[in-house]
Design a binder for this molecule. Structure first.
Ligand code: HPA
Ligand code: ZN
Length: 346
């Protein structure tokens, strides 16, 4: 793809208009404070915050765990199939408005089943919104079930059992929640089982945790993508491995900023990852909590670094499609549209 020079002033427009894939979004992290309060009223759930403003004021995170505590509290308003449906529909509408044309969406069933919500309630709501999205918003979407790594492997196995009657409603499994102290290898057997069952495999690793966790996500869990992975730049051998095997990193700049993984966006290592030949992508993680959906992640990150230009925008968007789990023919069509958009941009 030959790229014409783009006036830096027009970079935000290019970033917003280019078609994108989002590969790292926790659907519970798309719950806006307004919807949390609306669902709390609908379901008669008592929240420990007086109003939307008080809840928003609590979004001052110092690390991953300080966020997770509030994120799990927010998810407690989800009880009925309609709640899961409404939440997913709201996300898909916003993503489509950002020119996201394909999304692979994480969900955390254990957060809900632990409160007595059934797997059927969760998946029927999430899946119906995803199935309607192409016709409704012009975006395709699939689901990835995440195991909570602060819980036991036995709990993950029980969750997998509960989900198997719905196996055609999700394409893969992932691993999220508190990373440090819960290394990937804790889930070796459940991931091996998921691999036998034909699920796509991903895991959060190297968000706060050490490069060693990225190694074991690859070598023990045999994941196909690493979620976050930004700590990999501390290990030159790991960087070579990620580049050689074209293992994508689903990087989430605003998340990293809000959870103090980097002190500011100008210090983020996205450009370093791209320069090392890694398949880095940009994603929103938990957009309702971290202050922005896809386009904000792109525009704020590029605004903070004059070293990022149109060729990086193209690489990031293209990497998103190449790292996605869509069929090769669908991927080709997305990349052709991306190329046409860059060609026509003046
Ligand atoms: N890391 C780990 N677990 C999560 C995250 C994250 O960024 N977001 C939601 N659950
Ligand atoms: Zn995440």
């Amino acid at each position: 793809m030959h790229l014409k020079p783009v006036n830096p002033e027009r970079l935000p427009e290019l970033l917003r208009r280019m078609p994108k894939a989002e590969l790292h979004i926790h659907i519970e992290g798309s719950l806006e404070p307004e919807m949390i309060f609306a669902l709390a009223a609908r379901n008669r759930v008592q929240l420990p915050y007086a109003n939307v403003e008080a809840l928003r004021r609590a979004y001052a995170f110092t690390d991953l765990q300080s966020f997770l505590d509030i994120y799990y509290a927010g998810a407690s308003v989800l009880l009925e199939e309609a709640d899961f449906y409404d939440m997913t529909r709201a996300y898909l509408r916003k993503a489509a408005a950002d020119n996201v044309v394909h999304a692979e969406i994480f969900f955390d069933p254990q957060t809900h089943t632990a409160r007595g919500v059934s797997m059927a309630t969760i998946l029927n709501g999430l899946h119906r919104a995803c199935a309607e999205a192409p016709a409704e918003f012009g975006i395709s979407a699939s689901l990835i079930l995440c195991f909570l790594r602060h819980l036991s492997e036995q709990d993950a196995f029980e969750t997998l059992e509960q989900a198997l009657p719905f196996r055609d409603q999700f394409i893969g499994v992932g691993l999220d929640s508190g990373e440090v102290g819960n290394p990937p290898e804790k889930f070796a057997r459940v991931f091996a089982r998921c691999r036998e069952l034909g699920f796509r495999l991903v895991a959060h690793a190297g968000e706060e945790g050490p490069p060693a966790y990225v190694w074991t996500a690859l070598d023990v869990l045999k994941v196909e993508r690493i979620d976050h992975g930004v700590q990999a730049s501390k290990d030159a051998l790991l960087m070579q491995r990620l580049a050689k095997d074209r293992i994508a990193l689903t990087v989430c700049p605003l998340s990293n900023l809000k959870l103090c993984v980097f002190p500011d966006l100008a210090s983020h290592n996205l450009r370093e990852l791209l320069d090392a030949g890694l398949v880095a992508t940009v994603n929103s993680d938990d957009p309702a909590y971290f202050g922005g959906y896809m386009n904000e992640n792109f525009t704020q990150t590029f605004a903070a670094s004059s070293a990022l230009g149109a060729q990086h925008a193209y690489a990031l968007a293209r990497n998103g499609f190449e790292a996605s789990f869509v069929d090769a023919s669908v991927m080709r069509r997305h990349v052709d549209r991306l190329d046409a958009m860059f060609d026509g941009f003046r």
